[in-house]
Design a protein around this ligand. Structure first.
Ligand code: FES
Length: 73
């Protein structure tokens, strides 16, 4: 199973990546799409997308997801 989207707001990491030339932080992407403003489970994956350019990730272990979500983007 892979994570490739914000399920709460139905926006893919590929769509967010396409916007990331103008919106370069999680907060900016959230303002445009509402990603990360529901359950918040997608936040670590959005951060990883911004850092790596990848748009699909294996499900992270909970402790790793929490560690990444706490990082600054
Ligand atoms: S999956 Fe993105 S806020 Fe819930």
């Amino acid at each position: 199973m892979a994570v490739d989207r914000c399920v709460c707001h139905n926006v893919t990491l590929a769509e967010l990546k396409a916007m990331s030339t103008k919106a370069t932080t999680v907060d900016e992407l959230s303002a445009k799409t509402r990603c990360c403003t529901g359950c918040g489970m997608c936040k670590p994956y959005v951060i990883l997308m911004l850092r790596t350019g990848r748009t699909s990730f294996p499900v992270l272990p909970p402790h790793e997801a929490q560690r990444i979500a706490a990082l600054r983007d």
